[in-house]
Ligand binder design. Sequence first.
Ligand SMILES: [Zn+2]
Length: 294
Amino acid sequence: MPTDEFTATHVEAVSPVALRDTVEALASFHTRHTDSPHLKGAAALISDRFTAVGYPDVDRRPWSHAGHGAHNIVCTKPGTGDGEPEIIVCAHYDCRMEDLADATARAPGADDNGSGVAAVLEVARLLAPVDLSTTVRFVAFSGEEQGLWGSTAYAAELHAADSDVYRVINLDMVGRPPADGSVTVERDIGNAVPGNDAASHALGAVMAQAAAAYTSLPVKLGPIYASDYMPFEAHSDITVGAYEGEGNPHYHRTSDAPSTLDYGYLAAVTKTVLATLLAEALDGVDAARSTGAP
Ligand SMILES: [Zn+2]
């Protein structure tokens, strides 16, 4: 991907300070376990932040599953055109302890997954004044840790309403780099619907190129696995993810604190997602924006 000035300017504006602020705000809730009364406060914080950066259409959508229930936060940015599949940029905002049933222990969930939510909010902030050809939905899911409950409900809701295909970019643990400093771009390999793999790999290639063009992150390729893209994949959507990879010793522990993250790394992953969105959603106006022509 050749760099272009429009994208470079927006990518440079990604703020490690803003990312850290969101992670710390989310981690300040005693826990964001889906069955905890604290989760509502986290949902309000996320929805308030979408509103604060200029989005009028922010919806707290309830879901329920086997006697449990919470809300997904959906912030919709309407596109200026149509014809291209809408893009969902998502991350789960709930968290857990080692014992999944423990809804009362201290669980800051900074990397898992305050980091992903912070990246989604930062991309939304920077794109608020930018016209995109494609509608983008920024979504924060709950119930992920219990079994993708929130995302399963939302994917079903979308696909009951229309027969569209959606493109889904999911961020789950993107704040603590592995030893080699890489990000793993996850693509769909088989799963419920084999027919959508090629489109997923193509979108993953755009994401890998975005990382190469706008960051110094080494990219690894991996499979989508066990996070909120899976229910969408099962509805034939085109899914990819960004992931730091395995190895965070604080995973699902009280020690998953904001101080254990690398905000330069989180910023680089955020830049990758932002550049991917601009590459996908500004398609067709590349010539005008890369030359700076009026
Ligand atoms: Zn997670």
